[in-house]
Design a protein around this ligand. Sequence first.
Ligand code: C5P
Length: 201
Amino acid sequence: MSFTIAIDGPAAAGKGTVARAVAAHFGFAHLDTGLLYRAVGARVLAGAEAVVAARALRPGDLEADGLRTPQVAQAASRVATDPGVRAALVAFQRQFARRPGGAVLDGRDIGTVICPGAEAKLYVTASAETRAERRFLELRDKGEDVTRAAVLADVIARDERDMTRADAPLKPASDAVMIDTSDLSIDEAVRAAIAAVEARR
Ligand code: C5P
């Protein structure tokens, strides 16, 4: 039997951390679906056409270096508005979600579009300022040359684009459990997520 956990939310809300911890806790496979859009965005920055790049994407491409930069994040959120790009990435995500051992997928449209029948759905969010501060510290620790103001502007621009696009906009599924991580430690957020999933088992 497969069991799918869908985790959605805006940029830098802690989805990735929560998704990895939840997957480890239940022994499920984990797919960070943002990497699909980042890999396509990176190809477009290198001159490729977006839909062609999305159709040619292979699982190994998700391990490429340099997908975590702000430039690639912006390119990802631009290609993510293209319905042709989104359509090209659906089958891979749905197949991953049906893994017999269980799967955790995190992204923007997992509970609403990719896996509307997921057994558990979480919407992980936090204030824009909290998210920008976390992302700023993360990028600075990696040695990236960034300012707080630029990171906040990037987060707000991506939120706006992700929430207002016509195809698969970011929004909580009606049956998602909301987890606001603004005032939670990583541990507390992970415990809240595991408890929400346990309630659906
Ligand atoms: O999650 P991450 O920040 O890596 O995602 C990068 C961009 O990819 C997002 O800003 C969003 O535009 C897009 N994305 C999406 N749908 C997903 C995952 C990511 O549109 N399921």
